[in-house]
Write a protein that binds this ligand. Structure first.
Ligand code: URA
Ligand code: SF4
Length: 214
């Protein structure tokens, strides 16, 4: 028998489950799981890769060097971090900050799915290639960063990872420019995107469409 879906899911329920999760081996090496944080009515959801050292210690997303850069990027774009929801593809730190493995991403995907379903954000901003791959499998981040797309009714804006911007000045410049697009994208989302009513999932994925707004 399959377990029935919980009837009243909540972000708190997801966070509690994540903190006790043993679905993949990352649970063995983590200090604290990092479910993500932000208000339930956030219009923007940022999805990073996975917790680093400082996130693993504190249980909070993007609090280390990449997080400080994210804070700067948000401020420069006129956005308040306290109004955004911030999470990661995997909720536990990969040892030595290695890339998350496909099996770990798959094991953790249900939590992100539930967070997206609960938040129904107007805009999802993916940070780095692992969160990009969830919406744009097989695409190259160098080609599609900064391009707002509609994925089955969900607006998604892919970006480089802030940590990449700390290492590479050209990515830093791209990130600053791409972040400037967020307020415009949000405006477009508010106009275009009456939150989708329970949409029937068809088996066929809609191809990502580039919006013609920009
Ligand atoms: N890098 C990420 O991808 N996520 C964090 O939470 C911190 C650093
Ligand atoms: Fe569970 Fe995700 Fe942590 Fe793996 S990374 S133990 S699936 S919360």
């Amino acid at each position: 028998m399959t377990t029935p879906e919980p009837q009243h899911d909540s972000l708190e329920a997801v966070a509690t489950e994540v903190r006790g999760c043993v679905r993949c081996d990352l649970c063995k090496t983590r200090t604290k799981a990092v479910p993500g944080e932000g208000p339930a009515n956030a219009e923007i959801l940022f999805i990073g890769e996975g917790p680093g050292l400082n996130e693993d210690r504190t249980g909070r997303p993007f609090v280390g060097a990449a997080g400080q850069f994210l804070d700067e990027l948000l401020a420069q774009a006129g956005l308040k971090r306290s109004e955004c929801f911030i999470t990661n593809v995997v909720k536990c730190r990969p040892p030595e900050n290695r890339d998350p493995l496909p099996a770990e991403i798959a094991a953790c995907a249900g939590y992100l799915d539930r967070q997206i379903a609960l938040l129904r954000p107007r805009l999802i901003v993916t940070l780095g290639r692992f969160s990009m791959a969830r919406f744009f499998p097989g695409e190259s981040i160098s080609k599609i960063h900064g391009k707002l797309r509609n994925v089955g009714g969900q607006l998604v804006l892919p970006m480089f990872h802030p940590a990449a911007g700390l290492r590479d000045p050209s990515k830093r410049t791209a990130l600053i420019q791409d972040f400037q697009q967020i307020p415009l994208a949000l405006e477009a989302a508010r106009k275009n995107q009456a939150p989708p009513p329970e949409k029937k999932q068809s088996d066929e994925e809609e191809p990502p469409q580039q919006l013609t707004l920009f």
